[in-house]
Design a protein around this ligand. Structure first.
Ligand code: AKB
Length: 338
């Protein structure tokens, strides 16, 4: 008999760390993880099995399917927005072809198990593309369907994968004589910039917020690569994990859409620097905007409308700005470096 598991790709990343810890605490399923790099040693006791491998390796994915009954997939592996601009074609392969491979694994798995496979996909504020700063400043929080003309490869990849997920969930091989009886239950979250106390991001364009905090806690100077007035939405990592788990548990019938915005607070880079300065009095934050990264962040929504998530599955963040800094980020980051 194959063993029933939850599969997590990109498990070594920032979200993977928190997700594995939470899922292991819940202790309802065995966890199988896949990452390009060996799983962080502290996470290894929490999982059933960890594999070092590539989501583009079809043989490896087939092997996983032959060995395991995968009931749910958290597909976290991706190349983030800054890194993707250096190698757009590689980003497309990892972000789009990788996701396609996982969706295929899910639909084949569903056929075998005679039940749908739940597919959790973290999308991003990067799917938005507002035309200019004046428009951005004047706009109310954006709904899921508004201003989705991304300017980055990563944003295009995430937006397209949202559509792929919708296709696999509702229209896969729609002209076949026998329709798919069991498919993919695709659920996507559009995250804002995430800030974790436990890990540092790499390759993103919202990274200035966590970088500022972690540098200050270590007594290092930090030159912020965006202007002080730059504003985008953010979320503390525990809320991001909570949102993923909450959406995974939601009743299918309650979900009116496949893709949901979630957000916690929108702050300018200056306001973040102010909070960092208050928490770490020796902090040396300066501003040295990189005009090209600046243009990327300027094209993202200043705030997200997450009312659909609140209505359909009861989403509510625990950490607004004040609490995120006072109760989570500052004490945990302080502890990390002392
Ligand atoms: C990035 O900056 O690429 C990510 C994101 C906003 O999705 N953090």
């Amino acid at each position: 008999m194959r063993k029933s598991v939850i599969l997590i790709t990109g498990a070594n990343g920032e979200v993977g760390h928190g997700l594995i810890t939470q899922l292991a605490q819940q202790d309802t399923h065995d966890i199988l993880v896949l990452d390009l790099h060996p799983l962080a040693p502290e996470l290894r006791p929490l999982v059933k099995r960890w594999l070092t491998g590539d989501i583009l390796d079809q043989h490896l994915l087939q092997r996983l399917m032959s060995e395991y009954d995968i009931s749910m997939i958290f597909h976290l592996a991706a190349l983030l927005s800054t890194r993707a601009e250096f190698t757009p074609e590689v980003a497309h392969r990892v972000n789009v072809e990788g996701t396609l491979n996982l969706l295929h694994l899910a639909i084949e798995g569903a056929r075998w198990r005679g039940e749908s496979v739940t597919f959790l996909f973290p999308s991003s504020v990067a799917v938005y593309g507002v035309p200019d700063l004046a428009t951005k400043t004047a706009l109310p929080p954006l709904k899921e369907h508004e201003y989705t003309q991304p300017t980055t490869m990563y944003g295009c990849n995430k937006l397209y994968c949202e559509h792929l997920g919708r296709y696999y969930a509702g229209y896969y091989r729609q002209l076949a004589a026998e329709p798919e009886r069991f498919g993919v239950d695709f659920r996507a979250l559009r995250f804002p910039g995430l800030i974790s106390a436990a890990t540092l991001p790499s390759g993103g364009t919202s990274d200035y917020a966590p970088e500022m905090l972690h540098a200050a806690a270590q007594g290092q100077p930090y030159a912020c690569f965006v202007r002080p007035d730059t504003t985008i939405p953010f979320m503390a990592m525990p809320d991001a994990i909570d949102a993923l788990l909450h959406l995974a548990r939601a009743e299918r019938g309650a979900l009116r859409q496949q893709v949901y915005n979630v957000t916690s607070f929108s702050l300018s880079a200056a306001a973040i620097a102010e909070r960092v300065g208050a928490a770490f009095p020796g902090a040396q934050v300066t501003f040295a905007p990189d005009l090209r990264r600046q243009a990327i962040v300027d094209s993202w929504a200043a705030a997200l409308d997450d009312s659909a998530a609140r209505q359909d599955w009861g989403w509510a963040p625990q950490f607004q700005a004040e609490r995120a800094f006072a109760d989570y980020l500052v004490p945990r980051i302080q502890a990390r470096y002392t």
